[in-house]
Design a binder for this molecule. Structure first.
Ligand SMILES: [Zn+2]
Length: 70
């Protein structure tokens, strides 16, 4: 029970990591705190989030351009 949370698993490649690791030793991606299942959380990715918003805006803009322009 005491070492239940001593390891966590990378959410990307399922490699076992030390509970204190902030980066996966195998795939080099950033990992966060372990959740209750012992799987490391994916840190919030502002860059990816921003790209997602930009892609959405671009898509909506394209749809508007494609279907609603006179
Ligand atoms: Zn990994």
């Amino acid at each position: 029970m005491s070492n239940r949370m001593a390891i966590k698993r990378c959410p990307y490649c399922s490699t076992n990591l030390n509970i204190h690791d902030t980066r996966c030793a195998s795939c080099k991606r950033r990992v966060g705190e372990a959740d209750k299942y012992g799987i490391a959380r994916k840190p919030f990715d502002w860059k990816g989030y921003g790209m997602c918003i930009l892609a959405t805006i671009a898509f909506v803009g394209f749809m508007w351009w494609a279907f609603f322009r006179k």
